[in-house]
Design a protein around this ligand. Structure first.
Ligand SMILES: O=P(O)(O)O[C@H]1O[C@H](CO)[C@@H](O)[C@H]1O
Ligand SMILES: O=c1cc[nH]c(=O)[nH]1
Length: 258
């Protein structure tokens, strides 16, 4: 592949991309993350994939939106890996599935329930979906240093938003309700729509991935709590992700000199 060949979906080429990437779901979040990087600029836009590049120190760092759910996230991660990215931090939002997680808390998944279909295209269901342990440690260190309340726990990845929020309205509601109750009894603390695929795809492709999430809800409550705006909440995940990436890059540089 030539260095300037554009990938089919993210419309980026090798000469535009470094080894580190933030992958939020929402395209609107991309410039808000890139604002914390030095000399950031928009480098591509195609479908749900908005891409900025900036720097932490002298190291190029990408910010590329995945869109919602496993299929578009898989495409985005696969194409970034082909271009040379080896470290991914997803900066995203989640909902609380536990009284241990409040709105605005940082959530750092240490495993994901595979209630989705895309990850089974990579590995059979009995294979666990787990993030990179080293990245998880660095994200936790960042949350501690920033003084945010945080939770490390199992997240539930679903393919469908409204079958979680209103399962009783769906034909298979009887099954959905039992599953969600079981996951909560098993101790899962959050839910969103990308982690299971992200961790399984990264494991399969031999790269590192983890997530710095923030809970958009209190347990069993989707009511708007006006004490913290969605942007303020999102900022906590962004700051945590940026600080974690700074530590990871520093440590990678130190190790490469050993
Ligand atoms: O906050 P982002 O990254 O968009 O992700 C969360 O928000 C979307 C649902 O509202 C899903 O993609 C879920 O995982
Ligand atoms: O409520 C929410 C927020 C983010 N992601 C979800 O899946 N649900």
């Amino acid at each position: 592949m030539q260095d300037n060949t554009k990938m089919m979906h993210i419309a980026l080429s090798k000469d535009q991309v470094g080894k580190y990437a933030f992958i939020p779901g929402s395209p609107e979040r991309v410039p808000r993350i890139a604002a914390y990087l030095r000399d950031s600029e928009k480098v591509a836009q195609n479908r749900e994939h908005t891409s900025y590049r900036g720097y932490i120190g002298d190291t190029p760092v990408m910010v590329v939106s995945t869109g919602m759910g496993g299929p578009s996230t898989a495409i985005c991660v696969e194409e970034l890996v082909k271009l040379g990215v080896t470290t991914f931090i997803r900066i995203g939002t989640c909902a609380s599935t536990s009284s241990r997680v409040e709105r605005g808390d940082i959530v750092i998944p240490n495993g994901a329930v595979r209630m989705e279909g895309t990850s089974s295209h990579y590995l059979p269901l009995e294979f666990p979906s787990v993030p990179d342990y080293y990245l998880v440690k660095k994200i936790e260190e960042a949350a501690v240093e920033l003084g945010f309340r945080y939770n490390v726990g199992v997240t539930i990845t679903k393919d469908s938003f409204y079958t979680q929020t209103e399962p009783e309205t769906k034909p298979v509601g009887y099954e959905l309700i039992n599953k969600w109750n079981a996951y909560e009894k098993g101790g899962a603390t959050s839910t969103s729509m990308e982690e299971a695929l992200l961790f399984i795809a990264a494991t399969s492709l031999g790269v590192r991935a983890a997530s710095a999430l923030v809970s958009a809800t209190n347990y069993k409550s989707y009511n708007q709590d006006n004490s913290l705006s969605p942007i303020e909440i999102e900022k906590r995940a962004i700051l945590t992700g940026i600080e974690a990436m700074r530590k990871i890059i520093e440590e990678d540089k130190r190790k490469s000199k050993e």
